[in-house]
Write a protein that binds this ligand. Structure first.
Ligand code: ADP
Ligand code: XUL
Length: 543
């Protein structure tokens, strides 16, 4: 029987993942990941990245992603998966990262020899050996320059959907132009992680989709075109170096002969535009309507929601991206996600089970212990010099720190998502840490909203597979709408729903105000809220 197989790939910070689905049976055939540190140690990454200058400069190696792609396909062949029956492929990339290519890029892709490894043939296509990624926070100067040229915060947000951010592609490109002028001039094409990898599969330079394009400070969020003012504010002759923009649901071509010959894909395999990991996860967790939000607890923690009507965060902390459906999505990104949780876990030599046990045994409100968890430079709120602040406890208090970091992360998430107008009735959780029920229970109590936990944490790769299916069915006129498609696939079982405990609603409402005051105190020279914190302790813990 002919089966409808679709493949989704996700090149994230720490790994490259494949999710192969069979839509004739609504099932996942395989999820398979290549972890960069483990499988490709010769790139010397730690958690997938190369970090310098006290964590301010963070790059990764585009050849490592290419090598991972080959390892992944090799593994799928060894597992005897029906690669030749896959109808369509799409993908997902960690957002904002940029890849700098010279004029041998396209000829090299066109003339690949399927007898030789990709990585050997792509050595000479780069004008910049490593790629700055989303964790980089070294472009504050360029952010200010671009914002100023665009007329300040409000026009910048109105044009691009976001304030300028250190990790966004535009400021990163400007830094390269300012500091490596000759290499910038030698650069003929600049890709995102997503469009770079889709180019490899396509055998020629691929377009950038509107979802990932919105994370660059270069695309006009209303017209979905490159914005002349933003391009001019960033670097000279930038338009010529950028690929075209395309809808996330567009077909960009068929798979290149290299992959047909080397791994046995069908030459008829359709490629659908790749997008960023967060837009892909929007589909992978099924957010195709208003009133639903998701938290992704991966290397970064993100909070995002589907948006029918364009609305902006005029405080400049959140973003609006294009959703894969052609609508919009809001997104807030916190850099101190899993790596900050791991820092506490490792400091006390715990495993995740011990960590969960401590969360179960400690009381909501944590006896009024407040942490501001900036283990790494933070994006929201902006903190460039990482420092961890503790109020009412010390760094050796194991229980205080374990609960402290989790409560801090979700209080901060609640605080900084207040601008999103569309009320959330349910939150969908994904990403590596979403397997942890104790963490999700605290998130549920703090938001006072039920949280759905999925069987698979690879929602970006799954979203990519589902996107490729949607486009394929549209192309053969078997139209199926987004909500029908995701509902057919994402069955949520009852035991995966985490209910908020109403008993703690008032406590967390009050604690949010304590937290808000501490952020103001530390970051904006506000008043010292120590007395306020003590009143909170007295009210809930009686001493
Ligand atoms: P990314 O997609 O950003 O590369 P993932 O979504 O794969 O990252 O998440 C990886 C992270 O998941 C790891 O850094 C680890 O801290 C976290 N993680 C894995 N298992 C658990 C667990 N049981 N509890 C909490 N965090 C976990
Ligand atoms: C989103 C962001 C991160 C990366 C890596 O704006 O910077 O979530 O996409 O996952």
């Amino acid at each position: 029987m002919n089966m409808d197989y679709f493949l989704g790939l996700d090149c994230s910070t720490q790994s490259l993942t494949a999710v192969l689905i069979n839509l004739s049976k609504n099932e996942v055939i395989i999820r398979y990941s290549i972890n960069f540190d483990e499988k490709l140690p010769h790139y010397n990454t730690q958690n997938g990245v190369l970090s310098s200058n006290a964590g301010k400069v963070v790059h990764s190696n585009p050849l490592m992603w290419v090598e991972a792609l080959e390892l992944l396909f090799k593994a799928l062949v060894q597992k005897r998966l029906p690669l030749n029956e896959i109808k369509a492929i799409s993908g997902s990339g960690q957002q904002h990262g940029t890849v700098y290519l010279n004029n041998s890029f396209e000829p090299t892709l066109k003339n690949l020899d399927s007898e030789k490894p990709l990585v050997d043939q792509l050595q000479k296509i780069f004008t910049r050996e490593t790629s700055p990624i989303w964790m980089d926070s070294s472009t504050t100067k360029q952010c200010e320059e671009i914002r100023l040229k665009l007329g300040g915060l409000e026009p910048t947000i109105n044009i691009t959907g976001s304030n300028t951010f250190e990790r966004f592609s535009g400021p990163q490109i400007r830094k390269f132009y300012e500091q490596n002028y000759d290499d910038y001039i030698q650069t003929s094409t600049i890709h995102l992680v997503s469009s770079f990898l889709s180019s490899i599969l396509l055998g020629k330079s691929s377009p950038i989709d509107h979802g990932d394009g919105a994370g660059m400070n270069l695309m006009n969020i209303r017209t979905k075109q490159w914005d002349d003012k933003a391009l001019d504010a960033t670097a000279p002759d930038l338009r010529q170096k950028l690929p075209a923009l395309t809808n996330s649901y567009d077909i960009i071509g068929k798979i290149s002969p290299f992959f047909v010959e080397r791994f046995g894909f069908s030459p008829e395999t359709i490629l659908v535009a790749w997008s960023g990991d967060n837009p892909n996860s929007l589909i992978g967790v099924g957010l195709t309507e208003k009133g639903k939000a998701a938290i992704s607890l991966g290397t970064s923690d993100t909070y995002f929601s589907f948006m029918k009507n364009l609305s902006f965060d005029m405080l400049g902390e959140g973003h609006v991206f294009t959703a894969p459906t052609g609508d919009f999505m809001s997104l807030i990104c916190f850099k101190n996600g899993s790596l900050a949780r791991e820092a506490i876990k490792d400091k006390f030599n715990l495993n995740w089970e011990d960590f969960g046990e401590i969360l179960r045994k400690t009381p909501p409100g944590n006896f009024g212990k407040i942490m501001l968890p900036y283990f790494l430079p933070e994006i929201v709120p902006l903190v460039l010099e990482p420092t961890v602040y503790r109020f009412g406890f010390g760094e050796n208090d194991m229980q205080g720190n374990v609960r402290g970091i989790i409560e801090a992360q979700f209080l901060s998430m609640r605080l900084h998502s207040e601008w999103i107008q569309e009320q959330t009735q349910e939150i969908y959780a994904t990403g590596g840490a979403s397997v942890n029920k104790e963490i999700l229970q605290i998130a549920s109590n703090i938001f006072n909203t039920k949280i759905y936990q999925f069987e698979t944490t690879n929602s970006a790769a799954l979203g990519a597979a589902l996107r490729s299916a949607k486009t394929y069915y549209d192309s053969i006129n078997e139209r199926i709408n987004w909500t029908e498609l995701v509902n057919r696939f994402l069955k949520i079982q009852d035991n995966y729903i985490i209910q908020p405990n109403n008993k703690y609603k008032k406590l967390y409402d009050d604690m949010l105000e304590v937290y808000r005051k501490y952020e103001k105190f530390i970051l904006k020279n506000g008043e010292d809220p120590e007395q306020f914190r003590k009143d909170f302790v007295k009210k809930y813990f009686g001493n």
